[in-house]
Design a protein. Structure first.
Lengths: 364, 311
């Protein structure tokens, strides 16, 4: 080695890194990669919002529809029509007079819910007991007619309307969508990223450097938590703003449960991806794992509809535990302490998956 | 040359599950400042050997010592000291060149400044381009850059120029020479004889998991029996025995293949007239006659009877 070469070595500039530099660069790279992937942005952010919007509109609370009444034109029909027009609550009735043949025909086609046939001083109702709206129409029309003619109720009564936020379908749906989203992005986000890196031989390349393997997992978990906060704010925030969902529980409890859910499903994603060599393999495994939860864990409808015998099993699924906790805290204002059983289920899934994943993980 | 041993491996063996013996008793000694080449056909055990040295595979038996350390006791220090480029790593496509180097540099306690590495590898203009948008040659330079950014003392390159166009190959060679000139030690595998010949100070030819010949390129070539290669094809009524050619003056070796005869000779000016006389005397017709410098390809063919590319 000559002097010039020695100088070249000593002149080389060096940047010193600390204990956490590796973690920091891994996290930065992971986040950049995630947000540069248009699919991630769509599935994680746009998809749940579109789903909530679509379902929220389809199942929105409509003002009660007027019942459709046809009066058969014959002597006495004018009097019935006048009585109905003056009855209290007549805005609920949509009343039309038609000649007998036409009235019969239209009732049969379902254009009217009830047909009223004047009979001297009284009336005859023609209705279909198999159609709930027809039964309702008969009852409403009769009550309107009786009241208008001066009948007094035998039992005094008053009514109050209650359709406040909390019991609507959208209230049930939003926490379920949040749970589904945390499951999906945890599993796809971690599983796909890992298998892709393995397929590209990037994991192998990483372990040929001094990278700390623990830092690698920690950076993955952190990236999940950051994305989780975005999902939480977006889905729940959308529910609050667009559908006036009332969050009754504490935000700290919601955040805690969401973190736990995100990490548990990330661990499950890590497990499914711990050995798979191909994207196709891991996506197959993930669908098998997630399918039962999409059906049973009460995302779109309550699992109480399933036979009582299988409900204890359904409650052992991690997504059921997460959805139950989110609903209890968001809708009922339950405390974390009251959620011991689902908390234990979720922790057990996360902990066990992580343990098995780390034991069987392949870098090459 | 400084005679400090940087890499030493003795009787290295690797038998994969299923009984495939990839490496069967391989020895090598690499000195500081050397560019050492493992030359051999695909499947010769080059990648297995280099991955054992990189600490990515465990040897079935044998000893490996790098910079006086070994993988059992000093794996962390070794990873700090080595720079590695694997065969076929596809780096993340949606990170930029600079971000990729910042990532890899961040793994090392002491790293080279990213801008400096970009400059050295001629990637400054592409610093903000996504990896997915780079050409094959640029990607390969980036792969080597991820090895250099950790400021390694030893560089392991597995097939660094496979699949590259001639210009990109020369750029890679230039990077290796520069690293060597700055005092670094390099081990590379290749199945390109010209690459080994031009770039390496010392070469081990590997076949079926063993070193079948080792030496400087010049030593290996002179071992064939001559520095020149005389090739011709003949129109003859009867097959000519190989011995006929061996008896010509100055012939070190004879290869006969599909009617093409190849002689390794030290002094073509003595052999050629004798050959022409012989052909004339017998009334044969010479279809083709060329002379060229002997190459490592001839060394390999001479040792194994096969060409590098075909095995």
């Amino acid at each position: 080695m000559n002097v010039e070469e020695m100088n070249a070595i000593t002149a080389r500039r060096i940047v010193r890194h600390n204990r956490w530099t590796g973690y920091r660069v891994l996290l930065a790279a992971r986040l950049k990669e995630m947000f540069r992937e248009p699919e991630v942005v769509f599935w994680v952010f746009a998809f749940p919002i579109l789903l909530a919007l679509g379902l929220g509109i389809a199942f929105r609370d409509r003002p009660p529809e007027a019942v459709r009444v046809v009066i058969v034109q014959q002597p006495g029909s004018e009097r019935v029509a006048e009585l109905l027009a003056t009855a209290p609550g007549s805005q609920q009735l949509h009343v039309v007079q038609q000649p007998p043949a036409q009235a019969n025909q239209n009732f049969r086609l379902g254009k009217f819910d009830v047909e009223v046939l004047p009979q001297g001083e009284g009336v005859e109702y023609i209705y279909d007991p198999a159609r709930p709206e027809s039964v309702l129409a008969r009852s409403l029309t009769d009550s309107a007619l009786q009241t208008a003619a001066g009948a007094k109720p035998a039992v005094a009564n008053t009514s109050r309307i209650n359709s406040e936020p909390g019991s609507r379908y959208i209230d049930f749906l939003i926490p379920g969508l949040l749970g589904m989203n945390l499951m999906g992005s945890g599993m796809w986000g971690i599983g796909f990223a890992l298998v892709e890196m393995r397929q590209r031989k990037l994991l192998k390349r990483y372990i040929a450097t001094p990278m700390r393997r623990g830092d690698f997992l920690l950076a993955l978990a952190t990236s999940r938590l950051i994305l989780m906060i975005a999902e939480l704010v977006l889905v729940l925030g959308f529910g609050v703003v667009a559908f006036h969902i009332r969050v009754t529980g504490s935000w700290a409890a919601i955040l805690f449960v969401s973190c736990l859910g995100a990490l548990s499903f990330a661990a499950l994603g890590l497990l499914t991806a711990s050995r798979a060599q191909k994207i196709e393999t891991v996506s197959g495994i993930m669908n098998v794992v997630m399918m039962p939860m999409w059906i049973f864990s009460g995302i779109f409808f309550s699992y109480e509809r399933f036979p009582a015998a299988v409900i204890p099993l359904i409650k052992l699924l991690p997504l059921t535990a997460l959805n139950d906790m989110l609903r209890a805290i968001i809708l009922e204002g339950s405390s974390l302490a009251s959620q011991a059983a689902p908390l234990a289920v979720l922790c057990a899934w996360g902990g066990l998956s992580f343990f098995l994943a780390v034991r069987s993980f392949r870098w090459t | 040359m400084n005679q400090q041993v940087v890499v030493q491996c003795k009787q290295l063996r690797k038998t994969y599950e299923g009984g495939v013996e990839a490496v069967r008793g391989l020895d090598l000694t690499i000195y500081a400042g050397q560019c050492y080449g493992l030359l051999g056909p695909n499947g010769a055990g080059k990648t297995t050997t280099i991955e054992i040295l990189e600490g990515l595979l465990k040897a079935t038996s044998g000893e490996v010592e790098i910079l006086g350390m070994n993988w059992r006791r000093n794996s962390d220090e070794l990873r700090e000291a080595l720079g590695v480029s694997l065969q076929e790593t596809r780096l993340a496509e949606k990170l930029s060149v600079r971000e990729t180097l910042e990532l890899f540099g961040g793994f090392y306690r002491e790293a080279r400044p990213v801008d400096e590495v970009l400059e050295v590898l001629g990637l400054t203009e592409k610093a903000d381009a996504w990896v997915g948008k780079l050409s094959g040659g640029q990607k390969q330079r980036l792969a080597i850059a991820t090895a250099l950014v950790g400021n390694p003392r030893v560089l392991f390159l597995d097939e660094p120029t496979t699949g590259l166009d001639p210009q990109s190959r020369r750029q890679v060679w230039e990077i290796v020479r520069r690293f060597q000139a700055e005092g670094g030690t390099v081990l590379l595998t290749t199945h390109y004889m010209d690459e080994a010949e031009r770039l390496c100070d010392y070469i081990s030819i590997v076949d079926h998991g063993k070193v079948i010949a080792a030496g400087t390129p010049a030593e290996l070539i002179s071992g064939v029996g001559g520095h020149h290669c005389l090739e011709f094809a003949l129109d003859a009524d009867v097959p000519v025995p190989v011995e006929t050619w061996r008896q010509l003056p100055g012939v070190g070796g004879v290869m006969s293949e599909d009617g093409h005869i190849s002689l390794t000779v030290e002094e073509p000016h003595r052999t050629i007239p004798a050959l022409l006389n012989l052909v004339d005397e017998h009334g044969w017709r010479l279809n083709q006659l060329t002379t060229r410098q002997s190459s490592l390809e001839d060394v390999f063919v001479n040792l194994t009877g096969r060409h590098l590319r075909e095995s």
